[in-house]
Design a protein around this ligand. Structure first.
Ligand code: PLP
Length: 428
């Protein structure tokens, strides 16, 4: 297979004519496919339908301490839910608060609280001249939207397969007291599917920030979302590492059952030091009289324990794994050796990250759209929607059927080839 960059102008023109024809044929099919968001497919949601049956009008709706879950009370979450989410987050139930239906919502609130009231007695961020956040890139677009919304300056930190560039993180955090946090998706990261190495977690735990109110926003959204039984990533538990390093308050750990049960109708939780949780509670008790305990009860009765969760995630994996493999096989078969793109091969999570030749991502996404395939917007994986190299595209294989995904992947690789040829011809 000849690399595109080694082709002569004539070869590129011949290739372009072939690809133009293929593209016209595909466009004529009038496809309408969506590979843009990491949503579970309907058959994955079907796996959780038992949640609809575990509670009924004749169920005992008391939690294990006898509290009637139909009524107000128990602001922190019922004990059995704390245990379940505690097991999922690998922390003691004393170190967890159960929230409502969305972890993103809790992240937003945490930033909002830090803005208006400050972190554990420190100056509210809104009173400071400048507040900055580190953003490992590529990353999760909705994280970046939150910090953008609050006018927090975002600084890109390159990701590596071991996690963010820790030399850069250590240097920036120790020198600049305006840096108040960092967004992290430490396991099966969004979008690359990378898991932070042991060394990376240890270095995070040992950070020496200039700002006393610096916090690591550890969004462990994909903690149990393995694709394989035998080929699983392992993430060191950070809360304990931080405590060991004498830095117990430096991290907020977020989780939710969004991609375990029903997205938008799951339960979210925060694990952190007791001092941090007190800070969270001081705000939460003004904000609400309590979260949805019936939903907590439903989740505990359905999943029971960590084994139940793992068993359930195996069923998800059986549905989602062939989709990842289909996309990866298509990328390898069609683009392998051409030198026009690189991609990750995750063992879990919801995404594959694709890096096109510089300056091609926007054009690829636009071409795919014209051919009826919606991809995540180019640039979305970067703060302010600006990918400096215009190269990264997030592929979300979970939602379409296998058949649709196969077609979408064909369109995608064709658009990559065509855009790359056009780019090379610009300079040929
Ligand atoms: C990294 C990450 N965090 C959080 C979320 C959203 O979680 P929730 O539904 O709990 O708000 C997602 C959903 O795609 C995600 O990818």
């Amino acid at each position: 297979m000849k690399k595109y960059s080694e082709m002569s102008k004539e070869e590129l023109l011949t290739l372009k004519a072939e690809l133009d024809k293929e593209y016209a044929d595909i466009k004529a099919q009038g496809l309408a496919l969506d590979m843009s968001r990491g949503k579970p497919a309907a058959d994955q949601l079907d796996l959780s339908m038992g949640l609809m049956d575990v509670l009924s009008s004749d169920s005992d709706l008391k939690c294990e301490t006898g509290v009637d879950c139909r009524n107000y009370g128990v602001i922190d979450g019922i004990p059995e839910a704390k245990r379940l989410l505690g097991e999922m987050s690998e922390v003691d139930p004393d170190h967890i608060i159960i929230y409502g239906n969305s972890s993103l919502n809790v992240m937003f609130d945490s930033i909002a609280r830090s803005m208006t009231h400050g972190v554990m007695g420190n100056t509210p961020w809104c009173k400071l001249d400048k507040v900055k956040f580190l953003c490992p890139v590529p990353g999760y677009d909705r994280h970046f939207k939150i910090t953008e919304f609050f006018g927090i300056e975002m600084i890109n930190v390159p990701m590596t397969p071991q996690g963010p560039d820790m030399d850069m993180v250590e240097k920036l955090v120790s020198e600049d007291a305006a840096i108040k946090g960092i967004w992290c998706v430490p396991k099966y990261s969004n979008p690359q599917g990378y898991t932070y190495s042991k060394e990376t977690v240890e270095r995070f735990a040992r950070l020496k920030p200039a700002a006393p109110d610096f916090r690591i926003y550890w969004d462990n959204a994909y903690s149990i979302h393995h694709l394989y039984d035998d080929n699983q990533d392992f993430l060191v538990e950070i809360l304990e590492e931080c405590a060991k390093a004498g830095n117990p308050d430096i991290v907020y750990k977020f989780t939710s059952t969004s991609k375990v049960s029903f997205p938008g109708s799951g339960i979210a939780a925060v694990a952190a030091s007791k001092a941090n949780l007190e800070d969270f509670r001081s705000y939460m008790q003004i904000q609400t009289i309590g979260h949805d305990k019936l939903n907590q009860l439903r989740h505990v009765r359905f999943f029971k324990d960590l084994n139940g969760l793992h068993e359930h995630m195996r069923k998800h994996a059986n549905i989602i794994r062939p989709k990842f493999e289909l996309v990866l096989d298509t990328l390898e078969k069609e683009l392998g050796g051409l030198g026009i793109g690189e991609w990750t091969k995750p063992h879990g999570g919801y995404f594959i990250s694709f890096d096109a030749m510089e300056g091609c991502a926007k054009a690829i996404v636009a071409k795919a759209k014209e051919a009826g395939v919606v991809l995540t917007g180019a640039g979305a994986t970067y703060p302010y929607g600006k990918d400096p190299k215009d190269s990264n595209i997030r592929i979300a294989p979970s939602f379409p059927t296998l058949e649709d995904l196969g077609k979408a992947a064909e369109v995608f690789v064709l658009c990559v080839k065509l855009t790359s040829v056009e780019k090379l011809l610009e300079n040929a």
